[in-house]
Design a protein around this ligand. Structure first.
Ligand code: AMP
Ligand code: GLY
Length: 423
């Protein structure tokens, strides 16, 4: 079977590494990929939003199965176009990817189907939004409706801050057209947990839990990023939390989408907050999380292609999804200055240290192969992942492995998984 993966980050490298273990797969392509993915797949120089080229490439190369990793092409309808060309594809169609593509849509869905989430109002007019702020309690959360690289959420402590925030989103269009609409929602407190799941339109199978670290600096300071590190499982995702979510959130979401005529097939990523009043949905994503995937997939026992095919075919109920009884930690090595501005093009040394080391992974995010060797090519450069018998062991292993690689400007958080000590 020939597989094409669409995307170029650490998530796609982790997906590719999982696909490479499948007994069904003979060849992997990745568009556009990166230097690390290029070691296990053939990278094709086509961007994730170049739908016509992706369809043409898939036809010309008789691709049997396409996996779309990224949010933009999913929300833009790449799955629909590939399917229309007769190519089997893993991921939600455009009418279902809206679950991530529009926060206003997902909030209305949760309200209509009684799925626990923060109280909110949607706005498509800045004046109305500003008038509403008059009677809110603070802090309050502002969210641009559309995709904004994970940056479209503002937590405002005062009315003045919130008024400025509304203007940034809706008037100045800081997040582009993502800010044509916005959500204003209640501020909640609690630990966050990421839960990824496979969905076939009717059945949902939950993967092992994970926790991300979104802020750039230690102690959760600094700006929001795509994610600076993860651990899995989350010790805060208890049997009680699991039971609550199974009862009120997971299947309810899949059924709600089906009832709306938006059958969801692919990955639903539940961003949960464990509030004092119980788990609440912070957000949905319609794809694997990054860097969550880097700690979840290495622990999955199943053949990923079998599970993904079952999602496409509607036979997920036949799959017994299993994870190893261990733990994994991922520490992101970034370019100093990320997420604002940073230099690229520095040679990365020490990558060979990961060859044949069981339980250690060096997932590439922003890297590129040049005449000088593999160089940094983005804000998040590498995801250093290690497994261990438990979370503490995995964390020690991951931090040890961060010392094996070197590049100028190397930056990381030193407290990934610190929360483990409080569990
Ligand atoms: P989102 O993109 O919706 O996951 O939001 C990004 C981050 O903002 C989340 O991971 C939370 O840390 C924070 N956040 C989002 N919504 C809320 C909320 N209602 N209350 C408190 N924090 C929130
Ligand atoms: N790590 C969060 C995300 O993938 O959206």
């Amino acid at each position: 079977m020939k597989v094409l993966i669409v995307g170029s980050g650490g998530r796609e490298h982790a997906i590719a590494a999982s696909v490479a273990k499948s007994s069904k797969v003979t060849k992997i392509y990745c568009a556009p990929g990166n230097a690390g993915i290029g070691q296990i797949a053939e990278c094709v120089n086509i961007g994730a939003m170049e739908f016509d080229k992706l369809v043409a490439f898939s036809k010309e190369n008789a691709i049997d199965f396409v996996i779309v990793g990224m949010d933009d092409p999913l929300v833009g309808g790449l799955v629909d176009e590939l399917e229309a060309a007769g190519i089997k594809t893993f991921g939600p169609r455009k009418n279902a990817a809206i679950l991530e593509g529009s926060k206003a849509f997902s909030k209305d869905l949760m309200k209509k189907y009684n799925i626990p989430t923060a109280a909110y109002e949607n706005f498509d007019d800045a004046d109305a939004a500003i008038a509403y702020l008059e009677n809110c309690s603070y802090p309050i959360v502002l969210k641009a409706d559309g995709l904004a690289l994970g940056k479209g959420v503002l937590i405002c402590n005062t009315k003045e801050e919130a008024v400025d925030g509304v203007k940034e989103i809706m008037t100045d269009k800081k997040f582009g057209s993502a800010g044509n609409r916005m959500v204003i929602e209640e501020f909640m407190t609690g630990r966050e947990v990421s839960v990824l799941s496979f969905v076939d339109g009717k059945t949902i199978k939950i993967m092992t839990s994970a926790q991300d670290h979104k802020r750039a600096k230690d102690n959760d300071e600094g700006l929001n990023t795509g994610g600076m590190g993860t651990f899995s499982p989350s010790p805060f995702y208890t049997a009680e939390v699991d039971e609550f979510c199974k009862k009120y959130i997971y299947q309810a979401t899949v059924d709600a989408m089906a009832a709306e005529g938006r059958e969801f097939k692919g990955i639903i990523f539940f961003g949960l907050m464990l509030t004092p009043n119980g788990p609440r949905v912070l957000e949905y994503n319609a794809r694997f999380g990054d860097p969550e995937t880097q700690v979840v997939l290495p622990r999955m026992k199943n053949d990923i292609i079998e599970v993904m095919e079952a999602c496409v075919e509607g036979t997920l109920d036949k799959i017994d999804l299993q994870f190893e009884d261990n733990a994994a930690v991922c520490v992101v090595l970034a370019s100093d200055g990320y997420p604002v501005s940073y230099e690229k093009g520095f040679v990365i040394e020490g990558l060979d240290a990961f060859t044949d080391k069981d339980g250690y992974y060096c997932f590439h995010a922003g890297t590129k192969l040049t005449e000088k060797g593999i160089v940094t090519n983005g804000g998040r450069v590498l995801g250093i992942t290690a497994k261990g018998a438990d979370l503490k062991q995995a964390r020690a292993n991951a931090y040890k492995a961060t010392e094996w690689v070197h590049f100028e400007n190397k930056y990381m958080r030193h407290d990934i998984g610190k929360a483990i000590d409080e569990a």
